[in-house]
Design a protein. Structure first.
Length: 253
């Protein structure tokens, strides 16, 4: 618990750290809905996007608890992707969506099929109805169509259902980007360079949560990121910002 308190408290300095390193602080306007904003990656994304000038609306199943755990100027709203009725109001007047939701149980009501697949169907349908400009999905490096995930029963077929969720986004007609990190330490980004990876070339590697957030921020408005799907890896041998030159090399799945 003390470690979590330290990380959350450090988010107030996260933005200034990242903007002093590998981030283009152009300053944007608009409202971004972030799902999974209380998670280990989502909270870095929320702070990074808010610090760039966007209004951040963040979903949670418990607003009071989220406000206590994560300080900051956020529009906290209650939502559950399993219930499409709860997504209508959160998406009102939203320009962009970033989803880092994931199943919190392997069995039970929050299992991968209900959250990562059917929940994504509900979210995409609601985002289309709301007319969002761009949809960013934070998936996982080990999911995706590069292998037959239906033959992997681990953790109640979580990789299969995440892949099905990606397919929902990819075939939705929405402008989108799919970001698929591997192992993600809960640390600020922007100091160690990173690269984009074709997911078929992925191997076990590390990308800091703060760097995932930088990629998500860039994907909101960078035309080069449209329709792309990629993994990420910290790579000290390249220059800071090198990843922004790699979009053309990335596939659409």
């Amino acid at each position: 618990m003390k470690r979590r308190a330290f990380v959350f408290g450090g988010l107030s300095t996260l933005a200034s750290f990242q903007h002093s390193r590998d981030v283009k602080a152009d300053g944007h306007t608009g409202r971004v809905l972030i799902l999974g904003a209380t998670g280990r990656i989502g909270r870095f994304i929320a702070e990074t996007i808010r610090s760039d000038g966007y209004t951040v609306r963040a979903t949670t199943r418990n607003v009071d608890r989220a406000k206590q755990r994560i300080p900051g100027d956020y529009e906290w709203v209650q939502a559950d992707v399993r219930d499409p009725r709860t997504l209508v109001e959160p998406l009102r007047d939203v320009d962009y969506v970033v989803s880092s939701i994931r199943s919190s149980q392997w069995v039970g009501g929050y299992n991968p099929e209900f959250v990562d697949y059917h929940g994504m169907q509900n979210l995409v349908d609601a985002a289309k109805a709301a007319g969002v400009k761009h949809f960013v999905l934070i998936s996982t490096a080990t999911s995706g169509p590069q292998v037959d995930q239906s033959k992997n029963p681990a953790k109640n077929y979580v990789r299969y259902f995440k892949t099905k969720g990606e397919e929902v986004v990819r075939t939705s007609g929405l402008s989108h980007t799919i970001i698929a990190p591997g192992r993600v330490p809960e640390e600020p980004g922007g100091e160690i360079p990173f690269i984009l990876l074709d997911r078929k070339d992925y191997y076990v590697s590390i990308i800091k949560a703060g760097d995932v957030a930088l990629a998500a921020l860039d994907a909101l408005t960078n035309p080069a990121a449209r329709g792309k799907a990629f993994g990420l890896r910290n790579e000290p041998s390249v220059a800071l910002g090198h990843w922004r030159t790699q979009y053309a090399e990335m596939p659409d799945r």
